[in-house]
Design a protein around this ligand. Sequence first.
Ligand SMILES: Cc1cc2nc3c(=O)[nH]c(=O)nc-3n(C[C@H](O)[C@H](O)[C@H](O)COP(=O)(O)OP(=O)(O)OC[C@H]3O[C@@H](n4cnc5c(N)ncnc54)[C@H](O)[C@@H]3O)c2cc1C
Length: 477
Amino acid sequence: MPTRRSFLRTSLAATTAILADVSSIVANETPTISKSSSDVSVDGVKFLTPEAPDYAIARKIYNAGISTQPRVIACCTSETGVQHALERAKAENWPVAVKAGGHSFEGFCLNEDGLVVNVSALRRMQLDVKTGNLIAGAGCQLEEVNRFLLARGRFLPAGSCGTVGLAGLTLGGGYGMFARKWGLTCDHLRRVKMVDGAGAIRDSNEDPDLLWVSRGGGNGHFGIVTELTFNTRAAPARFSAWKFRAYRLDPKRATALLETWFEASADLPNEAFSAWIMNGSQVTVLVTTIGSREQKGLVVFRHRLAGLTKKATSAVPSPLKKSLSWYYGDPGPVYFKNASAGYYKGVADIRPALPGIFEEVLSFPGLVFQINTLGGAISADVDGAYPHRAFAYLGESQAYWESVAHATVLQEAIGRMRAHIAQAGITRHYANYPDLAFKDWPTAYYGAENYARLQQLKRRYDPENRIRHPQSVQLPD
Ligand SMILES: Cc1cc2nc3c(=O)[nH]c(=O)nc-3n(C[C@H](O)[C@H](O)[C@H](O)COP(=O)(O)OP(=O)(O)OC[C@H]3O[C@@H](n4cnc5c(N)ncnc54)[C@H](O)[C@@H]3O)c2cc1C
């Protein structure tokens, strides 16, 4: 497994070239992959087998606990390269998985004994300064997209972690601290190019269904997305954040705090975002805004939370570029098990599960239960496969460990949390927070109606089911 230091070295080796012309600005961030006699290269693709020196880098994913070993990794530098990779997979009758940023919780970007199409070299970004539209290669990561756009006064609302892939995030939805103001990342998608499972090049300008699937229903089911076009926003001038901490909570106090958080967060302005994070007996509440610090709902929220917590900290309003870097997180790999803890309309939905969840989190260090605010612009009617717009909150169960013994205990605890959530009647889950243990994952991630449409489109784009992972859309009967 590459160490944190070797990862940083790889990142620093990436080259950045910025070329400017009158109407558009282009950047290219290309990870270096060396040449070796054991690798086979054809036009636009290099095939790496496990003995190749760069195989480990090409295979590297965020979840350190996943050991899945693809037979071949096809590192593609062009659409043609992706087509060659698919031709080879078809000739050998191998299944194909798709890897961009490698952050899938369950490692759906890898497969055992199949071929993985790695698009991480597709890093070109082009900003049309007249329209504000960004064309991004499918290998771009969030931090470099932020850096590229913010330097030009533009911004694309996305997630927090800097090394998450833009493609994987968007194809499953994509929410973060700015989604209540502007909508999900996939809501900003305007055009998609994809090499489908049969090897044909598809463009959503000619095939609008491709845009529909790519807005929340496109992760590793139909083909390999090579390029995404987004509308961007004028970058907000300032970002403010506050943190409230409460310590040594018992279930009663944790419940009271959470009830207050739900009540107060319902009146937050759309510029604001909040997260409620329980780690052992400590709760941290984060609230951020890109609007005025004095908006009424935000002031009331801070007042109510301050009254129930021990410690409050407030960051000086900062430029967005600086503030975003506070949340980029560990570049990984990390030993963890994260999963959706469901969508809720309000506290009533999750209340029956709280005693069980709190008992687990209080008993097992390493377990975290988090709820994030959605709502606002996410609730708008957008034509896409993301089906959860009516829900104002999203929960996440998390476990982090360093030893195998600890892993088993925590995974069992996550399993009990999952059971409490299911018993409370919560059935909807975020496709980008997958869990292999979700039984009815098609309905949970997409809703029954959207899943049926996704199945029909699977037949159009990938009739041989070449592109697949354990929770990929199935061909219709
Ligand atoms: C530390 C961390 C922080 C996160 N923070 C957030 C957050 O703030 N907001 C949020 O919404 N989500 C967040 N997520 C979840 C994240 O959005 C998903 O894990 C996302 O799918 C990762 O995309 P990726 O490209 O990095 O991963 P990958 O593992 O490469 O891909 C994820 C899935 O997308 C498919 N895929 C990737 N590229 C393509 C392509 N080009 N064509 C077709 N299919 C493709 C893969 O096959 C796989 O099924 C986070 C995850 C982690 C681990």
